[in-house]
Ligand binder design. Structure first.
Ligand code: ZN
Length: 463
């Protein structure tokens, strides 16, 4: 089947899912709707997912996407401003309720923001649970979230709206987004270009907690097919009220699945989608070769299917060459919250790319943070050299632990004068003092220790 035909079929089937009220299977709890649609359509139209994946792969034209990745890597390398920058994003939480139980306290909104900030900055308390094989890949997204303090009219706000609705559930008409429109029993979005809107409401269907949350990727993002893009007024994150915030008592006192989803990480997962990330297993669980499709992130291992609310460290759904265990630690899996603890540097680079392009109007503040470790460039270039002027040193990071002990660094001024002894890099992170160096451009040269081959030259500016 040609590409065009696949797309036509795909669009028709998917619009069916959007336009008809669907019934969720009672026994299946899906954390987010993207996967649910695929499961549902596969059941109705066997073979659908294979076609979907073929279309999906074709839509991300490698020849188109690669240059974008490369240019991003170059820009990050050359622009200290970009990779030092912390994006600060305003959030408005719309609590749309019918019962008192659904009218959640402010404290849950506050602790939900805390969880987002901890997990996106890799300041979560459980980073030690990342297995050694994946530790060096864990990334700090340098995206932070604050409850909005100014509303769209310029008035002070808590960043939380409360709307009584006569609707007892928004889950019955799957994905029709009624919670996002005042006229349909919900609450209109605040300018979605300027705020991350999070709607919290009852997403149950027939009394079942069938859907925990969903989000749309940025319009036009190359990881996604066009049939999942939506217009501005539907952009944002939707959460089932029982899993909003950390230690929500409705989750703690709920079913096993809810109890395993009580650490506030449904929002982390959905905000990951909002910043363009796909599921780590690439939604290809029905594909003939479910290890063929990738999530378009270089440093996540291939994964055959999602975790099912468990934490199986032995899980390994693909056994291709150089295959690694399933990364059940990843926020974009469906593992238990206690199992999840990381985004990868590749996911971080993808999300930061979205934050500075598709969602560039969102940030209300930027903070240049030079004390943090910087990772974006290493995703593609493997070695990173950068200058931290306030500490008067140069930092060299090697991401691949195998490289430790085989690479040397020497710095020269532009007249070719060596500024330091050639130094063997024996640590993952090495710092060189620049105290006493005059303000100028210098050249750092990385060589292989065994054969002196030059691996990389980097300009270093000392101010
Ligand atoms: Zn998801």
């Amino acid at each position: 089947m040609g590409r065009k035909k696949i797309f036509a079929t795909l669009a028709a089937l998917t619009s069916l899912a959007y336009s008809q009220a669907q019934t969720l299977p009672d026994s299946i709890v899906e954390p987010c709707a993207q996967s649910w649609i695929l499961d549902k359509l596969e059941k109705e139209y066997p073979g659908f997912s294979l076609a979907f994946n073929q279309a999906y792969e074709a839509s991300v034209d490698a020849s188109k996407f690669e240059p974008q990745v490369q240019s991003r890597a170059r820009r990050i390398t050359d622009t200290m401003y970009y990779f030092d920058t912390v994006f600060i994003m305003p959030v408005v939480v719309h609590i749309v309720y019918n019962t008192n139980n659904e009218n959640l306290p402010d404290s849950l909104a506050v602790n939900q923001i805390e969880v987002l900030n901890q997990d996106f900055r890799r300041l979560n308390a459980d980073t030690s649970k990342t297995r050694p094989i994946f530790k060096a890949r864990a990334g700090d997204a340098r995206i932070e979230f604050v409850l909005a303090s100014v509303d769209p009219q310029g008035n002070p706000t808590t960043g939380i709206t409360r709307t009584y609705s006569t609707r007892t559930s928004f889950g019955g008409n799957q994905l029709n987004d009624q919670m996002k429109f005042t006229a349909q029993g919900g609450e209109d979005a605040w300018d979605p270009k300027k705020y991350l809107n999070i709607w919290v409401c009852d997403l149950s269907q027939n009394g079942q907690d069938a859907l925990l949350g969903y989000a749309y990727p940025p319009y036009g993002h190359p990881f996604w097919t066009s049939n999942v893009w939506v217009a501005d007024n539907r952009q944002g994150v939707v959460m089932h009220y029982k899993v909003f915030g950390r230690n929500n008592r409705l989750a703690l006192n709920g079913s096993a699945t809810l109890r395993q989803s009580a650490m506030g990480r449904v929002a982390v997962h959905e905000v990951g989608h909002y910043f363009g990330l796909r599921h780590i297993w690439a939604d290809d669980q029905y594909s003939v070769n479910k290890c063929a499709a990738d999530d378009y992130i270089d440093d996540t291992p291939l994964m055959g299917a999602q975790s099912s609310f468990n934490c199986l460290w032995s899980a390994n759904g693909c056994t291709t060459a150089n295959d690694e265990p399933d990364m059940v630690e990843n926020y974009m899996d469906y593992s238990t919250h206690a199992c999840q603890n990381m985004f990868t540097k590749g996911q971080v680079a993808a999300m930061r790319n979205v934050a500075s392009t598709y969602r560039k109007d969102l940030a209300i503040a930027y903070r240049i943070d030079t004390t943090i470790r910087i990772f974006d460039t290493v995703v593609y270039d493997e070695v990173l050299i950068y200058r931290q002027s306030e500490n008067q040193n140069i930092t060299v990071e090697l991401t691949d632990e195998l490289k430790e002990g085989v690479v040397t660094l020497q710095v020269y001024d532009l007249l070719g004068q060596a500024m330091n002894e050639e130094t063997l890099l024996t640590e993952n992170v090495t710092r060189f003092s620049t105290v006493g160096w005059r303000p100028a451009a210098y050249i750092g040269i990385l060589r292989r220790a065994d054969n002196d081959k030059v691996l990389r030259r980097d300009k270093i500016f000392v101010d």
